[in-house]
Design a protein around this ligand. Structure first.
Ligand code: 6MZ
Length: 345
């Protein structure tokens, strides 16, 4: 665990409103509701694995109520970054769905997160943070188009922060083709594309359409193989990296147990994978814990974990100069820990 604790980490798949610790929720409740600080963690956290994926989505409502103002969003972002920084995360991509609230436009919503990212760059200079603008499937194509427009506008203003677009939300809502043009336009404008794909064992036509488009990365990818040999071959041939979120999948019941997680097979095939938290607050986990669980249940060595971090840098949405800097940090760590790395190959 000491090795994992000190390993410089890369997080590529973390939703803001799913990544709030209990301490953050408390601060947010105080900000919105004053001294009414009664928190029942069960409103937000999934304590056991007996929920369906659709039930998991209800959990986010609790956070959305608390992050509906500029100050709250900035605070939530700062707290999330701090939590990752404390785990020695050297690179973090936050993703979030812009929402209109009583006091915020979608643009304000993203600006508040960016303010949190900017203020954190002083407090946590060792953690480089980027923002991916999400589209929630459940909100439909019109909202997706709005998110694209605001993402493109802010990408112009903050080209070093807004780096990508994501399709997430309940996978049973709408079809990928309903959003396809948004992602073509986002790609043409220079944004990286990360799309949740094959998170559930349904809608195989969606998986095909997503893989044919060829995002820079897919989220989960749990049922790519079940969705058809052709899809599996496309994933492998295009070498589309898969953001794997073990605890999320186990707690949402899409993967039976850690040992059976598809990361195992992908890794054995030499397919690019990243180890990610998804929603560390909701799933009561952390990036270190996810890395440890992967090592334990998938049987990966320290050397393998190191390699996953290095590959994650390669398919991150950082600039080339930033990737070089991140690789240098990992190389330095490697040099300093050569003995521990060798011991456990
Ligand atoms: C798909 C997910 C997700 O955007 O409000 N989200 N989408 N699969 C998952 N696996 C469990 N976990 C989170 O963060 C919360 C939103 O992220 C998406 C959902 O749309 C959720 O409402 P933001 O910051």
């Amino acid at each position: 665990m000491d090795f994992i604790k000190s390993l410089p980490k890369i997080e590529l798949h973390a939703h803001l409103n799913g990544s709030l610790s209990n301490a953050t929720l408390l601060k947010l409740r105080q900000l919105k509701y004053g001294d009414d600080t009664n928190i029942d963690p069960q409103f937000y956290q999934i304590m056991d694995a007996n929920l369906t994926l659709s039930e998991c989505f209800l959990k986010f409502k609790y956070a959305h109520d608390l992050t509906d103002s500029w100050d709250a969003l900035k605070l939530a972002t700062e707290c999330m970054i701090q939590d990752f920084a404390l785990e020695n995360t050297i690179y973090l991509e936050i993703r979030s769905t812009p929402k209109k609230t009583v006091s915020l436009s979608k643009e304000d919503y993203l600006e508040a997160i960016i303010a949190g990212i900017e203020s954190s760059s002083h407090a946590h200079p060792n953690t480089l943070v980027k923002l991916i603008v999400s589209v929630n499937r459940a909100d439909g194509p019109t909202a997706a188009q709005e998110n694209l427009e605001v993402a493109l506008k802010l990408h112009q203003k903050y080209p070093n922060i807004i780096k990508g677009m994501d399709l997430s939300g309940d996978p049973l809502k709408f079809f990928y083709r309903d959003f396809a043009q948004v992602f073509v336009d986002a790609r043409n404008a220079g944004l990286g594309i990360a799309i949740h794909a094959a998170e559930v064992n349904e809608k195989y036509e969606d998986v095909k359409d997503i893989l044919d488009f060829g995002p820079d990365r897919i989220g989960h990818g749990t049922f790519v193989e079940e969705s058809g040999l052709q899809n599996w071959q496309t994933l492998r041939k295009k070498k589309i990296p898969v953001e794997c979120c073990l605890t999320s999948n186990v707690k949402c019941g899409t993967v039976k147990n850690y040992e059976d997680h598809h990361l195992k097979k992908l890794f054995q095939y030499g397919h690019p994978v990243a180890i990610c938290t998804d929603d560390f607050g909701v799933f009561d986990t952390s990036l270190s814990q996810e890395i440890e669980l992967t090592a334990k249940h998938i049987n990966l060595s320290n050397w393998d974990l190191m390699k996953i971090m290095q590959h994650s840098v390669d398919f991150s949405f950082a600039s080339d100069a930033e990737k070089k800097m991140l690789h240098e940090k990992l190389d330095q760590f490697k040099k300093e820990n050569l003995e521990v790395l060798k011991e456990n190959i």
